[in-house]
Design a protein around this ligand. Structure first.
Ligand code: PLP
Length: 451
């Protein structure tokens, strides 16, 4: 029946891909991946692609990682899934025990969901309900940073950036308080990340002075606003935020869905600020990028406020069908075993330092490189029209997208964020693989932008 049609065409006949203008697929058809190993994706025509974005920031130790594959296969023959209300299983219990050891001190209860957005929704609802049943019905709003990203569901969207992904849906959303985020590349105070005192924190102070009384929680991506273009800001901001939240009785939620599990050089980004949130959201790297799972890690204070006789109506009645999926837990346990048994973070940081130098050397002096910023292995290149004044390109030119297409033709998945190119590779990527990625990036940039 399908014999005369290509897989590409059969895909486009039926499938609506995420985060895509489908018309773009007329000139860039979907790449049909047949199999993958380590950092490499292999398509059905035998071409290979270096997955420098970890398949949307999720893949942690390479594709078809032997240890993780084996753990999932073993679990599969024992228990694939079971209702998670009233029932439990060893992989979930063991995973909670491991998470207790590695997450910040405050986070002692673990609520399982099946994707990142769901864990954010869960965190928002928990904070809301905490104050509703705690005698503070006026605390029903949320604070967040401009440019933030916390997922695509309506609640998560409404604490995110009001730009590209969200603007249209505004009439559907909660009325949240968006605080001007740090913008260290274009710092309005003329400071640098290394030397500033977070002068921009004044925006948070003003917002809290005006709105803290009606606010249940503030949510941020600690240290790195991923979808905003890998914007990096100093740990001091988080320290100040923790103090401000405590002073105003506002809960603090850290969304470490992207930054968790070693991406920023430490297991969690918040460790670099030595700050515990009231709620920590984890997903993506949690299962090594294998299976959809998330965990919302909650303080005992919040958990205890829901603990009562059933008749009091304090239970958290939030569920997702695949919560606590045993296969996901088995993958997550295998990930943690790898972290324990191999010097992953140390090697990744050594390679990150090396990468910083190599990237600077290769493209640092290119006339359209505005900033190369980095945290852990994450390295982002902000391309601008005129670096001297940090003037962006006209977004309609889609410079980043043009470079992406070039890089793909050379076998590198350099999917950009606007005009920000970035590497966010698996933590066990080698220097040889990083060198190949740099070389292709440089070539694709030159093709599109000139020398
Ligand atoms: C990816 C991401 C989410 C959403 O997770 P999904 O599993 O895609 O719903 C939320 N917050 C951050 C910081 C993310 O990077």
């Amino acid at each position: 029946m399908h014999t005369c049609k290509s897989y590409e065409q059969r895909d486009l006949d039926l499938i609506w891909h995420p985060c895509s203008q489908m018309k773009d697929y007329e000139t860039l058809p979907p790449i049909i991946v047949d199999h993958a190993k380590g950092i490499w994706l292999y398509d059905i025509h035998g071409k290979k692609y270096l997955d420098i974005v970890s398949s949307w920031w999720a893949n942690l130790f390479g594709h078809c990682n032997k240890e993780i594959n084996e753990a999932i296969k073993e679990q599969l023959d024992r228990l694939e899934h079971v209702i998670f209300a009233n029932f439990s299983h060893k992989p979930a219990i063991e995973l909670a025990e491991v998470l207790k050891e590695i997450t910040p001190a405050k986070n002692r209860k673990f609520h399982f969901n099946d994707n990142g957005s769901a864990s954010v929704e869960c965190a928002l609802k928990m904070c809301f309900q905490f104050y509703q049943q705690g005698g503070h019905p006026e605390k029903k709003r949320f604070m967040c940073l401009t440019g933030g990203y916390h997922g695509e569901t309506i609640g998560a969207l409404s604490v995110g950036s009001m730009d590209l992904y969200a603007k249209l849906y505004q009439p559907m959303m909660m009325d949240n308080i968006h605080i001007k985020a740090p913008d260290c590349y274009r710092c309005p105070y003329g400071k640098t990340r290394e030397s500033c005192q977070c002068e921009c924190f004044i925006h948070a102070e003003k917002a809290f002075a005006a709105h803290a009384e009606e606010t249940a929680a503030m949510i941020v991506e600690p240290l790195l606003q991923g979808s905003a273009g890998m914007r990096i800001y100093p740990p001091l901001y988080l320290k100040k935020l923790r103090r401000l939240c405590d002073a105003h009785d506002v809960k603090l939620i850290f969304d470490e869905i992207a930054t968790g599990f070693g991406r920023t050089g430490t297991m969690f980004a918040c460790e670099q600020a030595d700050v515990s949130p009231d709620i920590l959201c984890l997903s993506k790297g949690l299962t090594g990028g294998y299976l959809p799972m998330s965990v919302t890690c909650v303080s005992e204070e919040i958990y205890d406020a829901f603990y009562a006789d059933y008749g009091q109506g304090r239970a958290f009645l939030h569920s997702h069908t695949y919560a606590g999926n045993p296969l996901g837990c088995a993958a997550a346990l295998a990930v943690q075993k790898i972290f324990r048994e191999q010097p992953i973070l140390q090697t990744a940081q050594e390679n990150a330092d090396w990468l910083t130098k190599e990237m600077q050397h290769a493209i640092g002096s290119h006339p359209h490189v505005g900033e190369i910023r980095h945290l852990g292995l994450i390295h982002a290149v902000e391309l601008v029209k005129a670096p001297a004044v940090k003037e962006p390109f006209d977004a309609k030119k889609r410079i980043g997208y043009a470079i992406y297409k070039k890089a793909l033709s050379y076998g590198l998945v350099l999917r950009p964020l606007g005009d920000v190119l970035y590497f966010n590779p698996p933590l066990n990527i080698t220097r040889k693989e990083l060198s190949m990625a740099i070389e292709i990036m440089q070539k694709a940039m030159t093709d599109v932008l000139g020398q």
